[in-house]
Design a protein around this ligand. Structure first.
Ligand SMILES: [Zn+2]
Length: 262
């Protein structure tokens, strides 16, 4: 390829060379243009989703809103399965580590009293009506039974005392409330793998799969949530979709949704 490029450079006049490069960069930047896949959040269509991840996953990331497989699945679940969202019921909602593509929707919903929050709110400084609030998940600054709906996705694997965090989530949830609490899980392991002597980024990446994770959850994840009082439904909602739909929306067919109620 290098040789071909070298020859082309030599034989083509400058003006044609410019067109050649322009065409190539157009081709490269627009290779994903098409209608094979559709983002369930921003409704953009492409030939495929962008490959993404430490170990690259094909058909993963939306070129427009940046959603990954899990975001698109959750959003579809919210719209189809959570009655209070579907019906526009008035709710009070707490959202940890607020994903931008969700924030944009919730921030604009008249029926949702929305509180996005994080320990580092400056990382979630979005242009919207609602400012992200500083909240330590192990010491949530709200009264008991405040929220109807809580989203906390891919947060607990970063928290050393996850039991305390879970009990705080339980405390601030109203009776009859719902929480969606996703974490990365290795379903090959019965037990969650924790070793608090591993503290370096390299060590954590090797042991837990990412340099800022403090554990790798196993199949006992739901037991941990149960232990603080939640009723946990491991929802295999994703199985409702055909093979063709899984590919079209870029869902991961093994992804369970942790629907926790009080
Ligand atoms: Zn999108």
């Amino acid at each position: 390829m290098y040789l071909i490029k070298k020859i082309i450079k030599k034989v083509l006049p400058k003006s044609l060379l410019y067109s050649y490069y322009k065409y190539n960069s157009y081709k490269k930047n627009n290779a994903h243009v098409g209608t094979g896949v559709e983002c369930t959040i921003c409704k953009s269509q492409f030939k495929y989703f962008q490959a993404y991840g430490l170990v690259k996953r094909q058909n993963a990331r939306c070129f427009t809103c940046g959603s990954l497989e899990r975001h698109r699945l959750l959003w579809t679940y919210f719209e189809e399965e959570l009655d209070f969202l579907r019906k526009g019921t008035k709710i009070k909602m707490l959202h940890f580590a607020p994903e931008k593509m969700f924030y944009n929707h919730f921030d604009n919903m008249q029926n949702v009293a929305y509180i996005p929050c994080d320990l580092n709110p400056e990382e979630y400084n979005y242009a919207g009506n609602t400012k992200t609030m500083k909240v330590d998940i192990t010491k949530i600054p709200f009264k008991d039974e405040t929220f109807d709906f809580i989203i906390c996705s891919h947060v607990l694997e970063h928290i050393p005392d996850d039991k305390l965090a879970m009990s705080e989530l339980f405390r601030v949830m109203k009776k009859g409330g719902t929480g969606i609490f996703q974490v990365p899980i290795d379903y090959n392991n019965e037990d969650t793998y924790e070793d608090f002597s591993i503290t370096t980024p390299e060590g954590r990446e090797k042991a837990f799969g990412q340099n800022d994770h403090v554990r790798l959850y196993g199949r006992d994840y739901k037991d941990r949530l149960n232990a603080v009082g939640f009723k946990v439904k491991e929802d295999d909602y994703v199985l409702k979709f055909s093979k063709k739909e899984l590919k079209m929306y870029g869902f991961i067919p093994s992804e369970l949704i942790y629907n926790c109620t009080k």
